[in-house]
Design a protein around this ligand. Structure first.
Ligand code: 2AM
Ligand code: CA
Ligand code: CA
Ligand code: CA
Length: 271
């Protein structure tokens, strides 16, 4: 039998230790490479951090599966069993250019159900953490349920790309929303954007294409503060695939879907 309290304790310890290694790397010279395009960066620290988690998990929990951005288990075909979904550095461009606004993101799922979410903002030393059914915390302080605010008083996070010509969405769909909200922000790390929605620093986050390791931890944490994450079409997230993302409090989520995206929530909860 799996002891979730023990898995949770290990995960927290390892995340803190990996964060310490990343902080130490600021004094070293990074090796930076590009992946799919010149803006798609990966460093030795992304790879070393993923490797660090792999070794810890394989030694301690040899029957667990691992899905990591930098190479592990990309071909996982099923959500059966316990899967650690890991982004060793979310916000690599920020890590390289700014040395801030990046995070370690780990979601631990059992048979497709999110059990543990960990997002560690390494530079600010803020650990966002949730265990399913037990609430969400930031550095051990319980995060309250998300507040209902009107669109006109909300701060929305999204990349400016989505209101310019792009290949994923008609820019006229989100432009009215951008005009109606109180303000927009873009942090360049999906995990931090999820964490900020959970902490009430942002009221919503929209993006058109995230991979499992970008959202796995965030989904668990958002659910524990009463928020809702779906695709931008209002559909359930596919855990093993790329998805568009709409994450917000339930009231903001509903307003964005019905008044701007003009879609309906396809899930049963909260109709
Ligand atoms: P990364 O830094 O781990 O690659 C930037 O807006 C956010 O989107 C970051 O969370 C970044 O994660 C993620 N991202 C960057 N390129 C992406 C891609 N090609 N597909 C999906 N997510 C990506
Ligand atoms: Ca990447
Ligand atoms: Ca990422
Ligand atoms: Ca990454």
């Amino acid at each position: 039998m799996n002891n979730w309290a023990e898995i949770d304790k290990s995960a927290k310890e390892w995340v803190k230790e990996a964060g310490e290694r990343i902080r130490s790397s600021f004094n070293t010279t990074l090796s930076i490479q590009t992946k799919s395009n010149p803006n798609d960066l990966v460093t030795n620290m992304d790879k070393e951090t993923e490797q660090f988690f792999l070794e810890k998990i394989r030694n301690t929990y040899p029957d667990h599966f691992i899905l990591g951005e930098e190479g592990q288990g990309h071909e996982l075909a099923s959500t059966d069993g316990i899967i650690w979904i890991i982004d060793p550095i979310d916000g690599t461009m920020n890590f390289v250019h700014q040395q801030r606004n990046f995070a370690i993101s780990i979601g631990i799922y059992e048979n497709g159900i999110g059990k543990i979410g960990l997002i560690y903002d390494v530079v600010h030393n803020e650990l966002y953490h949730a265990v399913k059914g037990e609430g969400a915390y930031m550095n051990g302080i319980k995060l309250p349920d998300l507040k209902d605010v009107p669109i006109s008083e909300s701060i929305l996070s999204l990349n400016a790309t989505w209101v310019t010509e792009n290949k994923r969405i008609d820019p006229n769909i989100l432009a009215p929303l951008v005009r109606d909200v109180r303000g927009t922000r873009s942090y360049g790390s999906a995990a931090i954007e999820f964490a900020y929605v959970a902490a009430g620093r942002l009221d919503g986050y929209i993006t058109l294409r995230l991979a499992p390791w970008d959202f796995a931890a965030g989904l668990v944490i958002i659910e524990e503060v009463g928020g809702l994450t779906t695709t931008l079409d209002g559909e359930k997230i596919n855990l093993l695939d790329k998805n568009s993302i709409l994450v917000a409090s339930k009231s903001i989520h509903r307003a964005i879907l019905s008044d701007y995206v003009k879609k309906q929530l396809k899930e049963d909860y909260d109709r």
